[in-house]
Design a binder for this molecule. Structure first.
Ligand SMILES: Nc1ncnc2c1ncn2[C@@H]1O[C@H](COP(=O)(O)OP(=O)(O)OP(=O)(O)O)[C@@H](O)[C@H]1O
Length: 329
């Protein structure tokens, strides 16, 4: 279990992480999602004791990383795949890691086999492709057979085959009951890899929910076409719905009703005896939902240096990111 409580990090006047609290539980992949510069790497570095929090704390299994005895046996991490001595072979790199951490050097060949690098174990790590380097980084994270794993953007720059391999590998680690935190700025990738999402923007927590909740909460719009568009527009407005007349590419005039369900619009039309020629619902894509969330986080701007306190959050710090949809955790 990873626990982050009120974690805050200032770099000079830049608040990189702002009062962040969340938990990462075992047996599932938790996606740590946010746009570039949101504070994901800084948070991970603080969990790993590589950066000192300005306030708050992060613990692994209830203990700050720096106080862990045998840290590599409890926590494995891949922060930067190119963090290897370029002239060392993959095997020598892992043996060196093992030897300096009280882990049997025989583990090196085991984890190389786990990540499919046995055939290149004797090759210089500096000559590895990015995909091979990522695998070597994963092998290093697994060296001490830890129960807690952190991966920072592990699919960045990989080809599609590499992405699928890393995704399956990470899922299998959670399947073994490990606690897995994976960061990414790509929502689509996270929706395929993670079970749970912790979403941050500008260092602040903006959602902590399952991927399914996140998806179901995506705002929906309804497109409706009718030979009696002005009457329908009026009826929808009276019912409190926001409808926008729009001309489609095919020349048809339609109303686009935001934050509505097809049943609602159909019922209102029926109650007024208005004939419909088209009624279709459109759920926002995951990327649109993510954009909407992180756009909300822009309201937090104007912090350090600009004395003003941030406005009240547009989305809750815990639970469902789209409360107007009425979904519950
Ligand atoms: N060592 C540092 N000194 C000064 N500012 C820093 C430092 N490290 C990070 N920052 C700033 O903190 C903020 C958060 O950066 P961080 O790298 O944690 O974000 P991120 O979500 O991991 O983004 P990315 O995916 O681009 O790495 C950014 O504004 C960044 O410029």
């Amino acid at each position: 279990m990873i626990t982050v409580e009120g974690l805050t990090k200032d770099y000079g006047s830049t608040r990189a992480v702002d009062n962040l609290s969340f938990q990462v539980k075992p047996g599932v992949v938790t996606g740590f999602l946010g746009p570039n510069g949101a504070g994901k790497s800084t948070t991970m570095r603080m969990i790993l004791g590589l950066d000192t929090p300005t306030a708050g704390r992060a613990t692994v299994n209830g203990v700050p990383y720096a106080q862990l005895t045998d840290p590599l046996r409890q926590v494995g991490a891949l922060l930067d795949a190119k963090w290897v001595h370029p002239n060392r072979s993959a095997r020598a790199h892992l043996r060196w890691m093992a030897a300096t951490n009280g882990i049997p050097v025989s583990r090196a060949d085991q984890v190389l086999a786990d990540v499919g690098l046995t055939s290149v174990a004797g090759k210089r790590a500096g000559a590895f492709s990015l995909g091979m380097s990522q695998r070597l980084g994963l092998a290093g994270a697994l060296l001490g057979d830890p129960g807690v794993l952190l991966f920072d953007e592990p699919v960045n720059g990989l080809d599609p085959e590499g992405i699928v391999w890393v995704r399956k590998f990470i899922r299998s680690l959670a399947g073994q009951g490990r606690t897995v935190l994976v960061s990414s700025h790509l929502l689509t990738e996270m929706s395929l890899t993670a079970d749970h999402l912790v979403v941050i923007g500008q260092g602040r927590l903006i959602a902590d929910c399952s991927v399914a909740e996140f998806t179901s909460g995506a705002q929906s719009t309804v497109r409706v076409r009718s030979p009696h568009l002005p009457q329908l527009h009026q009826a929808l407005t009276q019912a409190g719905l926001a409808a926008t007349p729009t001309r489609q590419d095919d020349g048809h005039e339609v109303l686009v009703v935001s934050d509505a369900r097809t049943e609602q619009v159909g019922d209102i039309a029926g109650a007024h005896g208005i004939v419909l020629h088209e009624l279709s619902g459109q759920v926002a894509s995951l990327e649109e939902a993510f954009m909407a969330l992180t756009a909300s986080s822009a309201e937090y701007s104007g912090r350090p240096g600009g004395a003003q306190q941030p406005a009240a959050p547009a989305v809750p710090h815990q639970g469902h990111p789209f409360p107007q949809q009425g979904a519950q955790k």
